[in-house]
Ligand binder design. Structure first.
Ligand SMILES: Nc1ncnc2c1ncn2[C@@H]1O[C@H](COP(=O)(O)OP(=O)(O)O)[C@@H](O)[C@H]1O
Ligand SMILES: O=C(CO)[C@@H](O)[C@H](O)COP(=O)(O)O
Length: 482
C-alpha cells in the first residue's frame, strides 16, 4: 500500500494530508498557519509547509508528494534564486490600475477585454500575476531590475522541495499557469509577449508540465534533516488550489463546485476552454488536461469571521443566530465587499449594510445578512458560469465556510439548486494527494477515490433574497481614495 502526500499552501494556512494511493484512505494529516496580510515572504510558506509536514508525521514513508497552492501570487527570483521581495498575493488589489491599463493598452476601441480573453482565457484583474508584474515595474524599478524569474506559490514550494536546483528547474502545471495572464489554456503555450508587455522585458518562467508528469524528486537535504524515504520521493507538478479541489472532490459533469475559503470560488470542469470578454468568468485550465471556468470573489469565509467578531460570538453561534432569522432577513442586506471586490471588479468598494430598521436591528438578522450576502455574491458567479455553458445539476460545497450549518442550509435557498456537502475535510490537499497517487501508480487517469458520506441539502429557492441583494449591490459605493 504506497502512501502519497498532498499539500495545500492556501491563503490562511498550510495543510498536509497523507493518504493510501490506491484507496484514498486518510492515514494522517497536519496543518500550520500562514501570516496575515496580502504580501507575504515566501519563506513563511516554506516554514509552514515544514511544520505541517511534521504535524502530519513526516514524509519518510510516502512515494510521491504534490503541492497545490493559492493561485496568482507573484514570486520574483533573482539570478541566484533568491526571493526579490515579499510575494504579492491574489487578494492584493494594489495592481488594479495596472490591470485597467493593460486592458486599455490592448485595444484603443474598447475591446481590450476580448483581446485578453482570447489570448489567455481571462481578462486581467488585480489578482492576476501579469498585473502585479506591471505594478512592480512601475513602482519598484530597483526590485524589478533584479528579477530574473517569476513563478507562483506552488511552483516555488515544489522547487524548494526539489532542493532549489537553479532557475532552469522551475516547474508548474496548466492549472496554475492559466492564472498568470501570460499563458494560454487554449493553445497550451506561454504568451511571453504579454509578459513583456506587462513588465517591460521577458523573464524566465517555469516549464509547464502535463497532469501526471513528474517535476523531479524530493531532495532529502531540503527537509532539513527530517527522515526521508529510503527510495526516491516523486514530486508531482502540483496545481492551483481550485484545480486541486476539483480533483479532490472528483467533480463530474453537472457538478459546480463552490468553495467558501478566504476566496469564494465557483467552478466546473469543462471539455473546452472558456473566453469570457466581460472578465467575470476566468477561463482556467484544470489538473486533468481539461479546463476549469471559474468565478472568484475576494470576500467569503472572512465575511463570517468579521460578522462573528462584530457580534462577539463564535462561528457556531453565528450560524445558530443566522438560522434564527427569516429568509430575506426582513429586508436587511449586507453587501460583503470587505476587501474591495474582484467579481464584480470593484477593487475600491467597501462593504455596506442596507435596509436597517427597528425590526431587523438584531444580532440574528445581522448574522443572517452576512451569510446571505456572501452567498448572493457567489450565486451571481453561478449565473455567470451557467451562462458560459456550465451545467449546474447540483452544487458541491467545500472550504472552511462549508463547516457553517447556516451556510449549508441557506445555500440551496440562494443558489436555487440542491447543495451536496462532503464531510469537512481538506479537499485541495486531497486533490494534490490524488495527483501524487496518479504519479505513483501510473495510468491514463487518476485513481478512483470515493467521496463518502456526502449530505444533500435541499430547500425551496427564495428569489427575493437575490433581488434585494442585486439592488443593494448596485447602490454600494467605492471607498474614497487617499
Ligand atoms: N464552523 C465554521 N463556520 C464558518 N467558518 C468557518 C468555520 N470553520 C472554519 N471557518 C472559516 O474557514 C476559513 C478557512 O477556510 P479555508 O478553506 O481553510 O481557507 P483557505 O484555504 O483560503 O486558507 C476561515 O476564515 C475560518 O474562519
Ligand atoms: O484567486 C483565486 C482564484 O482565482 C483564489 O481562489 C486563490 O487561489 C486563493 O484561494 P484560497 O486561499 O481562498 O483557497
Amino acid at each position: 500500500m504506497p502512501l502519497v502526500a498532498g499539500v495545500d499552501s492556501s491563503t490562511q494556512s498550510c495543510k498536509v494530508v497523507v493518504r493510501d494511493a490506491e484507496t484514498g484512505a486518510l492515514v494522517r494529516q497536519g496543518r500550520a498557519p500562514h501570516p496575515d496580510g496580502t504580501e507575504v515572504d515566501p519563506q513563511a510558506w516554506w516554514n509552514a509547509l515544514l511544520a505541517a509536514v511534521d504535524a502530519a508525521g513526516g514524509l519518510a514513508d510516502v512515494a510521491a508528494v504534490s503541492v497545490a497552492g493559492q493561485q496568482h501570487g507573484m514570486v520574483c527570483l533573482d539570478e541566484a534564486g533568491r526571493v526579490v521581495r515579499p510575494a504579492l498575493l491574489w487578494n492584493d488589489t494594489r495592481s488594479a490600475g495596472a490591470a485597467r491599463d493593460l486592458i486599455e493598452e490592448a485595444d484603443a476601441d474598447g475591446t481590450g477585454g476580448r483581446f485578453w480573453a482570447e489570448a489567455t482565457g481571462s481578462v486581467p484583474v488585480a489578482s492576476f500575476t501579469a498585473t502585479k508584474l506591471r505594478w512592480l515595474a512601475r513602482h519598484e524599478p530597483a526590485n524589478a531590475d533584479r528579477v530574473a524569474a517569476v513563478c507562483l506559490p506552488h511552483d516555488w514550494l515544489t522547487w524548494r522541495l526539489a532542493g532549489a536546483p537553479g532557475l532552469a528547474a522551475l516547474r508548474t502545471d496548466r492549472g496554475d499557469a492559466s492564472g498568470t495572464g501570460y499563458w494560454s489554456p487554449a493553445t497550451g503555450e506561454y504568451r511571453l509577449d504579454l509578459l513583456e508587455r506587462a513588465f517591460g522585458r521577458r523573464l524566465r518562467v517555469p516549464a509547464v508540465l502535463g497532469p501526471a508528469e513528474p517535476a523531479g524528486v524530493v531532495d532529502p537535504a531540503a527537509l532539513g534533516g527530517r527522515p526521508s524515504h529510503a527510495g526516491t520521493v516523486l514530486l508531482g507538478p502540483g496545481t492551483g488550489d481550485n484545480a486541486a479541489a476539483a480533483l479532490g472532490v472528483g467533480a463530474g459533469p453537472g457538478d459546480v463546485v463552490v468553495s467558501v475559503g478566504t476566496s469564494g470560488t465557483v467552478f466546473a470542469v469543462a471539455d473546452a476552454p472558456a473566453a469570457d470578454p466581460t472578465g467575470i468568468v476566468a477561463g482556467f485550465a484544470d489538473a486533468t488536461g481539461r479546463f476549469l471556468p471559474l468565478v472568484c470573489t475576494l470576500n467569503a469565509a472572512r465575511v463570517l469571521d468579521a460578522a462573528a467578531e462584530l457580534l462577539r460570538v463564535g462561528l457556531d453561534e453565528l450560524a445558530e443566530l443566522a438560522l434564527a432569522a427569516p429568509p430575506g432577513v426582513d429586508g436587511l442586506v449586507m453587501v460583503p465587499y470587505l476587501e474591495g471586490e474582484r467579481t464584480p471588479n470593484r477593487p475600491l468598494a467597501t462593504g455596506a449594510v442596507h435596509g436597517l430598521t427597528l425590526t431587523n436591528a438584531t444580532a440574528a438578522h445581522l448574522a443572517r445578512a452576512a451569510v446571505e450576502g456572501m452567498l448572493c455574491a457567489l450565486a451571481d458567479g453561478l449565473d455567470a458560469l451557467t451562462a458560459q455553458g456550465a451545467r449546474a445539476d447540483r452544487v458541491v460545497l467545500i472550504g472552511g465556510g462549508a463547516r457553517s450549518a447556516a451556510v449549508r442550509r441557506v445555500a440551496p435557498q440562494v443558489f436555487g439548486c440542491p447543495v451536496v456537502v462532503p464531510p469537512p475535510g481538506e479537499y485541495v490537499a486531497d486533490g494534490a494527494a490524488r495527483q501524487a497517487a496518479w504519479l505513483a501508480l501510473g495510468g491514463a487517469a487518476p485513481p478512483r477515490w470515493p467521496l463518502a458520506d456526502t449530505r444533500e441539502y435541499a430547500a425551496d429557492p427564495v428569489p427575493a433574497i437575490r433581488a434585494r441583494y442585486a439592488e443593494a449591490r448596485d447602490r454600494t459605493v467605492d471607498r474614497p481614495s487617499g
